[in-house]
Design a protein around this ligand. Structure first.
Ligand code: NAD
Length: 487
């Protein structure tokens, strides 16, 4: 695609439309060259999308709108969407890989995950049941699960397709309508998903996408009175503002924010598995992952050998072009973000951490957003690289002596999203998993996100849960109905 291509840049009411707002070029992270021009949705255009979604939700009369559609209808459309995603998986993966700069093999996995997500919630549409309750008054008390209305779904740039699926699938399954605001840098796959949803039978106006800036499209979405819920994934700083603004309209809010998660390795751990996982739990998506285990805590007897093994793995990573199936690490999302990550590497060096390997800009990729993954050892809890979310390929290692110390180092953060514990002692694995303050943790595994299990953070990492059946609660309202039996 050349720059002469201008994307019709929103999807509202079942069709692509162009906006009058600012034009900007999406820049290829590989070489820093513009490759497609997009227009941003203005405040008025975003409001129009919300009103379209509100009309599509319906006025509450039976048979009127998605809000009163049958669970069978919603389920059918979402199953259809899952199948269409599978049929277009390669196209979606290529689009995501080019836009974000992520290795194609990761993008392919993400397309498969998006399809699975719509299929999972297609199956959940008719399982969001209420209850009958033994109230003291006698009679019949029961609860209904009702959709909320229009949901504003705000997406970051690191996993645009997957996070769009995580939010839209449960929202749509329960009869809500949605306005998705992708990150400015990465609108492409969300637009394509909305188009495929229409093709799958999701009615016009139910699934809308408004690419635009946070300050204009994002703020409008958060403040519009017809929006009943905001689900936001992004930085803690912006999330705080979103929650404040949403309070004015008493909107429901789910926040999935940043992280600074710990990978705790005890001396009795399976060495090879733990060393591989220490690499991939921080370097997946080039470290641009809220769940990145960016702090490596290793029991002292193992520490030197473990750091060496991780360094060796870092040095052997296949840094390469995103479209190459053998590439393990691609560029970061943008040159500006790469520079922000590089500034953390400088801070690590000036604060006295030992740079074991990486951290430079690879010579063979002179242009673009490239950075060699950096491993720091002998870090300490007060260092900036240990305290702040870097959101890039930087790992900070430090030793610990006792189980208690490992737990308190892991908990020495305002964040609490993910984490891993490696040990042959299952009892210790359970104890540590319980004591680390985090939303998600894995024992002898790097895997922290499962479609079927609740996902979310504590503290500065967020509020509420996505995924699993827990997501159904966050996209529905419970109504109590009492029927008198005395007349
Ligand atoms: P960001 O906070 O800059 O932006 C996120 C989204 O919010 C974008 O769509 C942006 O345009 C929008 N936005 C910005 N200002 C807004 C405003 N005032 N009102 C409404 N919307 C606004 O984050 P980012 O740089 O895109 O993503 C990186 C961050 O996201 C990292 O901190 C990362 O940890 C976090 N993240 C968290 C999770 C999770 O599930 N916990 C997942 C992915 C990313």
């Amino acid at each position: 695609m050349s720059l002469t291509t201008t994307l019709e840049c929103a999807f509202v009411g079942g069709r692509r439309i162009n906006h009058s707002g600012d034009r900007s070029a999406l820049v290829d992270p590989v070489d820093g060259k513009p490759w497609i021009e997009v227009t941003a949705a203005s405040a008025a255009e975003t409001a129009h999308a919300v009103e379209t979604a509100s009309a599509a939700f319906g006025n509450g009369a039976p048979g009127n709108g998605w809000g009163r559609s049958s669970s069978a209808e919603r389920s059918r459309a979402l199953f259809g969407l899952a199948t269409l995603i599978e049929e277009h998986a390669e196209e979606l993966a290529q689009l995501e890989s080019r836009n974000v700069g992520k290795p194609i093999r990761e993008a392919r996995d993400e397309a498969a995950l998006a399809a699975r997500c719509y299929r999972y919630y297609a199956g959940a549409a008719d399982k969001a049941a209420g209850a009958t309750l033994p109230v003291a008054a006698g009679g019949l008390s029961l609860t209904l699960r009702e959709p909320l209305g229009v949901c504003g779904l705000i997406i970051p740039w690191n996993f645009p397709m997957v996070i769009t699926a995580w939010k839209t699938a449960p929202a749509l399954a329960l009869g809500n309508t949605v306005v998705v605001k992708p990150a400015t840098l990465t609108p492409l796959t969300a637009l394509r998903l909305a188009e495929l949803a229409t093709q799958a039978g999701v009615p016009d106006g139910v699934f809308n996408v408004v690419p635009g800036s946070g300050a204009e499209a994002g703020e409008t979405l958060v403040r519009h009175p017809a929006v009943r819920k905001i689900s936001f994934t992004g930085s803690t700083e912006v999330g705080v503002g979103v929650m404040r603004a949403a309070a004015d309209g008493i909107k429901r809010v789910t926040l999935e924010l940043g992280g600074k998660s710990a990978n705790i390795v005890f001396a009795d751990a399976d060495f090879e598995r733990a060393a591989d996982a220490a690499v991939w739990s921080v370097l997946g998506n080039a470290g641009q992952d809220c769940c990145a285990r960016s702090r490596l805590l290793v029991e002292r007897p193992l520490y030197d050998r473990f750091v060496e093994a991780v360094a060796e793995r870092f040095a052997n990573l296949r840094l390469g072009l995103p479209h190459d199936a053998s590439t393990e690490i691609g560029p970061l999302v943008s040159v500006a973000h790469r520079d922000a990550v590089a500034a953390y590497i400088d801070a690590g060096k000036s604060e006295g951490a030992r740079l074991v390997c990486g951290g430079g800009m690879p010579q063979r990729f002179a242009q673009g957003a490239w950075l060699e993954p950096a491993l720091f050892a002998d870090t300490s809890p007060r260092m900036k690289i240990v305290r702040e979310e870097i959101f890039g390929p930087v790992l900070a290692a430090m030793p610990f002596d006792k189980e208690d110390e490992a737990v308190s180092l892991a908990n020495d953060t305002t964040y609490g999203l993910s984490g891993s514990v490696w040990t042959a002692d299952l009892g210790r694995g359970v104890r540590v998993a319980r004591r680390v303050r985090t939303g998600v943790i894995s024992v002898n595994s790097a895997s922290s996100v499962h479609l079927e299990a609740p996902f979310g953070g504590v503290g500065s990492s967020g509020l509420g849960r996505e995924l699993g059946m827990a997501a159904l609660d966050s996209y529905s309202e419970t109504k109590s109905v009492y029927i008198d039996d005395s007349v």
